[in-house]
Design a protein around this ligand. Sequence first.
Ligand SMILES: O=P(O)(O)OC[C@H]1O[C@H](O)[C@H](O)[C@@H](O)[C@@H]1O
Length: 428
Amino acid sequence: MINVTYSGNEQEILNSQKVSRLQSIHDNLYAKKGAGHDFLGWLDWPSNLSDSFLQNIKDTAEEIQKQADVLIVIGIGGSYLGAKAVIEALKPHFEKNPQFEVLFAGQHVSGAYLKQLMNYVEDKEVAINVISKSGTTTEPAIAFRFLHKYMEDRYGQEASERIYVTTDENKGALLNLAKDRGFKRFVVPDDVGGRYSVFTAVGLLPIAAAGFDVNQLLKGAKQAEDELSTFDAENNPAIKYAAIRHALYEQGYTNEVLATFEPKLNYVQEWWKQLYGESEGKEQKGIFPVSVTYTTDLHSLGQYIQDGKRDLLESFLIVEEAGEDLELFEAEQNADELNYLAGTSLHDFNLVAYEGTSKAHLSGGVPQIGIRLQKVDEYHIGYLLYFYMLACAYSSYLLDINPFNQPGVEEYKTNIFKLLKKPGYETE
Ligand SMILES: O=P(O)(O)OC[C@H]1O[C@H](O)[C@H](O)[C@@H](O)[C@@H]1O
């Protein structure tokens, strides 16, 4: 389903002692032992979720589509990127007079953005899904303070029927507010961290509301869960990807550039960056995840990748089958000198660009991993995201890192709270 290739000697890596380490990581993972094992709920989530849970998601999505023209999803980090990644991958680039839109807020703090968003939805019917596992994250809380008031001013009593909350079952300011106002609630499971939560209500409700087939998405995830659970280093792409990038890390390749030729996968790249950055970047260790879109970035970052400091590894996320496409045609005058491309589709062009770029960067000293996905649809995206999550767990454990915490994000938050004199922080 996903094919992982390596520009170097794959056998050397797979024959090394790393395989026995991977075997014990595998055994611990599936026995739910090891660092952070309380957060392994995502591992068998696709096969464990109940029909009634899924039906509730689909019914609520339908209810939202009936009552609104726009769903504003409020969240940040893992409470935002999964849904955004899937929706961006699947929706058309342009849509004339869309029947229903999913928009996002709370992923940053911009007054202009929020003002213009409220202005934009003025003549549309609105529903809100506010998502926060902790229920205390500042950015979405700020956005919701404005949008909640906006909804109450506009809809009065009815506002509470248009607001849906996804948060912890037992704690957090958002939970208290939801209970107090009677908002419909969805739970972020205790044993699933934000960046691993795309297949829970966190991702599924916005994705279903956007009109995409969550059954197929979960079918892809379940297929990945089944296929990738066996320990077979040579044929299990998740283990292979983790082993190769770890071997490269040990050789000094400390930055991974995830490259795609598909602009619709830009938010899959953003989601991947949070997943790998927060999972691995601890104790002065980890590969720094960055992303580029080709051919766009060949005209900006391409120079650095070809010729800059040699600590980059590049992983190409390649989609094999085009969805919609165009074919170059013969022009009578050939003034643009492109007739040599007549008969070439734009997807074919990109595949050739991949080959050319890959060769160039390889000769420039950038080792490469190829990750091939057959096509972009719900099923294949479900498979891909599960693959990346599983590989991330292996990868982090190879570094002796707990993949499921993020202690390093507290320091800047504390500083902000002190500077703003948040109650409890004034005296510090
Ligand atoms: O879902 P929330 O609790 O609002 O958290 C949203 C995000 O913010 C935090 O700072 C963490 O670093 C992320 O891992 C998390 O996804």
